[in-house]
Write a protein that binds this ligand. Sequence first.
Ligand code: F6R
Length: 242
Amino acid sequence: MRIYRAKDYYDMSRKAANIISAQVIMKPDCVLGLATGSTPVGTYAQLVEWYKKGDLDFSEVKTVNLDEYKGLDQSNDQSYFYFMAEHLFDKVNIDFQNVNIPNGMETDADKECARYEAKIKALGGVDLQLLGIGHNGHIGFNEPNGQFDRTTHCVNLTQSTIEANKRFFASEEDVPRQAYTMGIKTIMQANKILMVASGEDKAEIVKRAFFGPITPEVPASVLQLHNDVTLVGDEAALSLIG
Ligand code: F6R
């Protein structure tokens, strides 16, 4: 595992965007696994800036997002599709045909999860998977005490995640109770993993995930078993690790 220490959020975002850029430059038709949440917003902004300068070309890039709320359609401003369009896809020359996000409007969970997993396989797998980390160690919507061998599946959100995400909705009742997410197994099959972490409130979980026991209680701890993981964190998020 490589750990890159950034001095602040901006620096973290630039370092992470550099790694993604390198991937796109080395393999213009690569498959990028993408994440939503507040942490990667600056990374996407940096990629957009470099695209506008003419340094990056997304025309052949393919993307697969980690997750999507079940029950929200693409035009809902809280859907992860909407988030990705707003922060990245609408601002670069990506072909929307190459964009993949679980379909939150598909009510048949088995069907949607099988379709999504097959799509990732058909693309040849993920070259570089970007991840954030939840306060309880979740990655994607893989909450504590799930199984490490799951592929894309439908999850019931935990109360802690509902609470963390309610800031984006009009009220807690509006937060969807279920989501589709790549499973830990899907995530672990990516060739490379890039995790971004920012803020003092992530310091404890970052330490547990990367230096604590590998356990389903901390889903991100499984990343210790992956052979190509890069953690880019700001000083605050890395403050409890050497
Ligand atoms: C988002 C995702 C989540 C977030 C995590 C951290 O697609 O899968 O696991 O990465 O909840 O979110 P932030 O970055 O908002 O702290």
